[in-house]
Design a binder for this molecule. Structure first.
Ligand code: ATP
Ligand code: MG
Length: 341
């Protein structure tokens, strides 16, 4: 496939707020981030503060937590809001084409280069480049990106002219990049270039009080698509609030979409239409003391690990545990398999 086509597949230059103004309700910036939990309020504040400064931002969080939404909010709250927001999925870069994709190429630079082409970085110059899934970059791609960020300039393949880059860099990952660096899978020097301002998007289970607001919002949006008019019963809301949501907000959206399809056109939607795993949550009695303690331990340890950026020795010190003690606790609480930890 020609490099041009590859680039088009991999980059979507999403609408700026000017487009948003034209196409209906204007929700831009941090207002996109719904939820009144302490964690969400703190995140909105952090995004607004980070947006005003020119420094690179690294967004970490589990899949479906809203990292891309945070990236957009950063762009829209900042001085570049009228410029391009280019989202680049790093997982799809091929090693062979990375240079032409990032930097572009001159006419005749290689067989088939019939015309000169701008690369992704030049095309988004002046705006924000969002390096999504940055933890997936190959070692070669990491090296190329590092050079560019260090030099602040690019040179097209097959050309000697350098061009200065004026970009806001925002990166996201559902891995813990510090942990990846500790294990030798991510360059530490690149980590330091990207992780200047650090934003952690908490999982939905750590901000259960947001579930009601999100569910109502996405239920209304789903009904606009299905033209339905049914309401969610109180028991249904309770079941949604009690679920753990391993797939976070995206899973909630999907469950509501399936529910809207199964729901009657009018009246109340009871919990019996929910998937069995979620429904059971509503049928359950109140938790025992042991269960409540375990839930508390899980959230507490999870937060400490997230704060420590996955560095277990740091988290262990904060929790007053030995490294082995923490490892055992993580195992016992069933937190081991879950990323990012
Ligand atoms: N706080 C929030 N308020 C409203 N919508 C949200 C919020 N957080 C996430 N969403 C919605 O949930 C969906 C998933 O969010 P997003 O794509 O930003 O997640 P992500 O962290 O980038 O996920 P992944 O790691 O899988 O790419 C999107 O439709 C987004 O609009
Ligand atoms: Mg994403």
């Amino acid at each position: 496939m020609a490099p041009d086509l590859l680039a088009i597949r991999r980059v979507t230059v999403r609408g700026t707020w000017r487009d948003a103004r034209r196409t209906g309700p204007v929700v831009i910036g941090v207002a996109r981030l719904l939820g009144d939990s302490e964690a969400m309020t703190a995140l909105r504040d952090a995004v607004a503060r980070a947006a005003a400064a020119p420094f690179p931002v690294l967004i970490e969080g589990e899949s479906g937590t809203g990292k891309e939404l945070v990236a957009r909010a950063l762009h829209e709250e900042g001085p570049r809001r009228d410029e391009t927001f280019a989202a680049v999925n790093c997982a799809t870069f091929s090693d062979d084409l990375i240079e032409t994709e990032l930097f572009g190429h001159a006419k005749g630079a290689f067989t088939g280069a019939m015309q000169s082409r701008r690369g992704l970085l030049e095309a988004s110059s002046g705006g924000t480049v969002f390096l999504d899934e940055v933890g997936e970059l190959s070692p070669r791609a990491q090296a190329k990106l590092l050079r560019t960020l260090q030099d602040g300039e690019i040179r097209k393949v097959g050309e000697n002219v350098t061009r200065r880059l004026d970009l806001r860099v925002v990166a996201a990952t559902n891995r813990t990049l510090a942990g990846e660096a500790a294990e030798g899978r991510f360059r530490r020097d690149l980590l330091y270039r990207l992780d200047v301002v650090h934003l952690h998007v908490p999982p939905l289970r750590a901000r259960g009080s947001d579930i009601g607001r999100l569910a109502t919002h996405y239920w209304d949006r789903t009904l606009m698509l299905t033209r339905g008019r049914a309401r969610l019963a109180r028991e249904t809301m309770k079941a949604l609030a009690a679920h753990e949501w391993p797939g976070n907000v995206r899973e909630l959206q999907n469950v509501l979409a399936a529910l809207a399809v199964a729901a009657p056109p009018h009246g109340e939607v009871g919990p019996e239409l929910l998937p069995a795993a979620i429904r059971r949550a509503a049928e359950e009695r109140r938790p025992t003391l042991a269960e409540a303690r375990r839930a508390f331990d899980r959230a507490f340890v999870h937060e400490a690990l997230a704060r420590a950026g996955g560095r277990r020795s740091l988290a262990a010190r904060e929790l007053g545990l030995s490294r082995q003690g923490l490892a055992k606790l993580v195992e016992r609480l069933g937190l081991a398999a879950r990323r990012p930890l």
